[in-house]
Write a protein that binds this ligand. Sequence first.
Ligand SMILES: NC(=O)c1ccc[n+]([C@@H]2O[C@H](COP(=O)([O-])OP(=O)(O)OC[C@H]3O[C@@H](n4cnc5c(N)ncnc54)[C@H](O)[C@@H]3O)[C@@H](O)[C@H]2O)c1
Length: 328
Amino acid sequence: MPGCRIGFVGAGGVAARHADTLAAFGDVELVAVTDVDGRRARAFAEERGVRAVPGVEQLIDTGVDAVYVCVPPFSHGPVEKAVAAAGLAVFVEKPIGLDCGEAEQTARLLEEAGVVTSAGYHWRYSDGVTRAREAVRDTSVRLAVGAWLDKVPPVRWWTSRAQSGGQVVEQAVHVLDLARLMVGEVVEVHAMGDGQPPDAPGADVDGATVVNLRFAGGAVGTLAATCLLGWKHRVGLEVYAADLAVSITEDAVEVAGRSGESEVRRLDPALAKQAADRAFVDAVLGRGGNIRAPYADAVRTQRLACAVADSAARGVAVKLEEHAHASG
Ligand SMILES: NC(=O)c1ccc[n+]([C@@H]2O[C@H](COP(=O)([O-])OP(=O)(O)OC[C@H]3O[C@@H](n4cnc5c(N)ncnc54)[C@H](O)[C@@H]3O)[C@@H](O)[C@H]2O)c1
C-alpha cells in the first residue's frame, strides 16, 4: 500500500483537527468527505482539495482505506456498520455512541470484519499518562479524583440530552477512560445530576454532576463535572496510593512521592492527539500495533459512561455487571 487513503464522515470541528494533522503526514492522502449538512462537506472539501460525496456508501466507493467517523454521539452506529461491512479501517471519535447496545453490536461487526479500529481517547497517547502509569506500576492505587470543569462547547447538539447523552457521556468520558487505564475496571457507580441545565436554548443536560466510583481492585473514586463556566477551568485525574500522589492534566503531569516533593513535567497537548492519528495510520499501513484505544476497549468505557448516566437518571447505585446484562 503506497499511502493511506482516508475519508471523513462528519465535517465539523474535530474532523478539521484530524484532517490538519493527517495532511501533514507524508504517507496519507485525504480523499473524500460526507456530512448530512452538504454545505459543511463542500466547505471542508474545497479547503482541503478532496471530494464531497452525498453519503457513506459513496465515500466507501471512492476506494478509501480508512474512514474517520467524526459525528456527534447520536449519529454513531449506522456509519460504523457500513464501514465494517466494507472491510475498511475505522477511527471513531469519542464517545462511540449515545448508549451501549448499539456500540456492542458495532464492536461485534468490527471484530468479525477483522479491521483496524481506533477510538478518539487520545489521552492514552500522552507522555504524561505514560509517566503516571510508570509511577503507579509497583503500587495499588486507592483513590481516584477526576474533574471536568468547563464551559458548554460551541456545538448546538451538545446541550440536548437526546443528542449528546449529557456532559459525562459526551465529554468527561475522557476522564472515565483514563481512570480505567490508571486504576482498572469500575464495578459500581452512584451518580447525581443537579437537574438544572446550563443557560443555553432548549438545554436539558445537567449543569453539574457528581459520581462515586468503586473499582474492581478495591479503590474508590469520584468524578465532578460542570459545564456552567465561561472557560475551561480544570480537567484531569488525580490518583493516590500510599505515599504517592499523581496528577494528570492535558498539559502537565505531577508525581509527588514519600517526601512530598513533586516532579512536574509540562506537556504539549497537541502531541497526544497527533500520536493517536500516527498510530492509526501506521496500523492501517501494517507498520505496527501501537493503537492504545481500539474500539473493543472503548466499548468498556462506553459501558461505564452509560452506567453513570443510568445511575444519575434513576437515582440509584448501578453495578456494571447488571448494567451490561440490561443493555446487552
Ligand atoms: N477527542 C477529542 O478531543 C474531541 C474533540 C472534539 C470533539 N470530539 C468529538 O467528536 C464528535 C464531533 O464533534 P465536533 O466538535 O466535530 O462536532 P460538530 O458539530 O462540529 O461536527 C459534527 C458534524 O457531523 C455531522 N453529522 C451529524 N450526523 C451525521 C451523519 N449521520 N452523517 C454525516 N455527518 C453527520 C454534522 O452535520 C456536523 O457537521 C463529538 O462526539 C465530540 O465529542 C472529540
